[in-house]
Design a protein around this ligand. Sequence first.
Ligand SMILES: [Zn+2]
Ligand SMILES: [Zn+2]
Length: 114
Amino acid sequence: MPFIAGMSPATFISPEMPEATPRLFSTAPDCYCGARMSRRRTNRNDNGNKNRWRYECRDRSCKKIVFDDWEGVRDENPLCDCEEFTRGQMKRDGVFVFRCARNECYFREELQDD
Ligand SMILES: [Zn+2]
Ligand SMILES: [Zn+2]
């Protein structure tokens, strides 16, 4: 029986294989400023965002970024202005902020830490 490379099921099934990150967007979104957005992969690790996929506004004066994953999106988050789910994110200054997860509105709410 001839050996055919890649035919063994073990080649495809491995418990160590990381699950693919579920995408938040099925199609490329438009930015709320009206410009198109480009899908890019984060290479820098400024905020622990290395290898995360994101959409970036092509308008250089806007430069809005929205991540294409579900990190920080939770059931208990507040709803945004378009009645959609929000993403909670820790900013560099230590403030926790909720924003429209799909970047479709200007919703912004800071979590007050008493
Ligand atoms: Zn924009
Ligand atoms: Zn919204």
